[in-house]
Ligand binder design. Structure first.
Ligand code: GLU
Length: 502
């Protein structure tokens, strides 16, 4: 049943590149809005002027769009005009709105000017630490008479901050995901600053003023915000607005159960993109970070995820990030790409390998195309193409002599085998250079010499590719072509046969 009264939002701070947690939160809001026929808006919380940049804005917006996440209200590109009935959707363009709201709270005595200096607050904190008490505002300015305020102002000579009065009691809400949560306001650290002395409004305040002004009905965000929600509820009440429904998504955890952090884990969406995770795979995986359709289906396109998404089925427990599953899912999506689309998407990764010297040249599309039948099903990521078949485009392949000699063999046997294999293959012309033509005579060679076919094939594999893991050997020889195969067998034979090199 479409419900146009549902309004949700993602409100990133452009103080870093798009984080996997932000992408997951954006996705769940988007899925919820699209599933119920509500509205999804994007708001930039850019009041931390020192750390916010236009580059991070661009990174966040581009990254979300790349994943297929679009919004109904907000900017569509960095620096773009905002669109929607509640514009502007960037907080630095809304300062007058926060000023009006804080003046209103002060006039109603729900907030008050606070003249405490950093030194005073520091001394309070130290005294509390020494007494093993949690940090809390002591209330020095909470109940000043007008003349006391004047005296404090004269004493500090600086404009006061604005502090919000935290009422005693319990604040509770029925969380969409975590059921009932109640927090005693004595645990909130006392009255808190909503506007700094220099006029900068702070996060707890701006987020509430905006969620109220933008008529947000459901605030769906990470579990790390649970401790902020009571402050927000108190502010909604003080401002006289309806309190939205809150839903807190499970944290994304490392496989060892610790919190995924910028320092310890790979958290930037860009880094996954650079590794060749494709949007279809990544967005499918992000949807499973804390949710599942309750069926066996794993590979789901975004429109089907929207159709199946059920916020009530979001898990309470932390969502462990499983790179193996991400790679598997990404591989499944790579297999589903049309050949030309895959070639287009591989090109930048091949170009990057040319740029950093891992391969010698960029293969033409008609060289990559014929490889797809063996390559496509083996790629966990796009970038893996270089490891898988990059050896095809290396001019002077350097083969490690230690690698080319199979475990059970010595260099002399290897040399003999490579020379014999080369001679057998040389008997083929380009017309019979086909996988099923090349295999039988080499098997026969192994049999006549009493070698294990696996050892012979491994020696040939390393000789022509430099690697022990490649696509199937005979497909690889076909892709290399007759001349390159013969030349590489010759030079590898020379490498193992020449003691000075070893
Ligand atoms: N700007 C906040 C953040 O990035 C928004 C939090 C919220 O959704 O309320 O964490």
């Amino acid at each position: 049943m479409p419900d146009s009264t549902i309004r949700v939002r993602i409100a990133p701070s452009p103080t870093g590149p798009l984080h996997i947690g932000t992408a997951r939160t954006a996705l769940f809001n988007f899925l919820y809005a699209r599933h119920v026929g509500g509205t999804f808006l994007f708001r930039l919380e850019d009041t931390d002027v020192a750390r916010s940049t236009a580059e991070f804005e661009r990174d966040i917006i581009d990254g979300l769009h790349w994943l297929g996440i679009t919004w109904d209200e907000g900017p569509d590109t960095a620096g773009d005009m905002d669109h929607g009935p509640f514009a502007p959707y960037r907080q630095m363009a809304r300062l007058a709105i926060y000023k009006e709201a804080s003046d209103r709270l002060v006039a109603a005595d729900l907030a008050y000017p606070c003249f405490c200096t950093p030194e005073e607050l520091d001394a309070d904190r130290k005294a509390q630490e020494a007494a093993r008490q949690p940090p809390k505002y002591v209330g020095r300015c909470a109940n000043l008479a007008p003349d006391e305020r004047t005296a404090r102002l004269a004493g500090t000579g600086r404009p006061p901050a604005t502090r919000f009065r935290v009422r005693p009691g319990v604040v509770g809400w029925n969380d969409m995901i975590r059921d009932r949560i109640e927090i005693d306001t004595t645990n909130l650290g006392g009255d808190f600053v909503i506007v700094r002395g220099d006029g900068t409004p702070l996060y707890h305040f701006t987020v509430v003023v905006d969620d109220a002004a933008m008529e947000i009905s459901h605030v769906i965000r990470g579990e790390d915000h649970v401790g902020n929600t009571p402050k927000h509820i108190l502010l909604f009440e003080a401002l006289g607005h309806a309190v939205p429904v809150f839903g807190h998504l499970p944290l994304i955890l490392n496989p060892d159960g610790t919190k995924m952090s910028k320092r310890k884990s790979q958290t930037a969406i860009d880094d996954y993109r650079a590794e060749g995770f494709i949007r279809e795979g990544l967005v499918n995986y992000l949807a499973y970070l804390g949710w599942s359709p309750g069926t066996e289906e794993d590979v789901l396109p975004l429109d089907e995820i929207i159709a199946k998404f059920d916020i009530d089925k979001v898990h309470k427990g932390g969502a462990k990030f499983d790179r193996g599953r991400l790679e598997w899912l990404n591989g499944q999506w790579i297999r589903r790409l049309e050949p030309n689309d895959l070639i287009d998407r591989l090109r930048p990764y091949l170009q990057a390998a040319v740029d950093d010297g891992r391969i010698s040249r960029l293969p033409a599309d008609d060289e990559v195309g014929p490889l797809l039948p063996v390559v496509q099903e083996r790629l966990p990521t796009l970038a893996a193409v270089v490891d898988l078949v990059g050896f095809l485009w290396i001019d002077d392949l350097v083969v490690d002599p230690a690698l080319v000699v199979p475990k059970r063999w010595d260099p002399a046997t290897t040399h003999e085998a490579l020379v014999a294999a080369r001679d057998i293959l040389a008997a083929h012309d380009t017309v019979t250079w086909e996988a099923d033509e090349l295999e039988p005579p080499l098997r026969e060679l192994a049999e006549t010499r009493g070698w294990k076919a696996g050892d012979l094939f491994m020696a040939i594999r390393v000789a022509v590719t430099g690697r022990t893991a490649t696509p199937p050997l005979f497909d690889t020889l076909v892709a290399l072509g007759r001349e390159l195969t013969l030349a590489r067998l010759e030079s590898a034979a020379a490498v193992v046969g020449a003691p000075t090199v070893r």
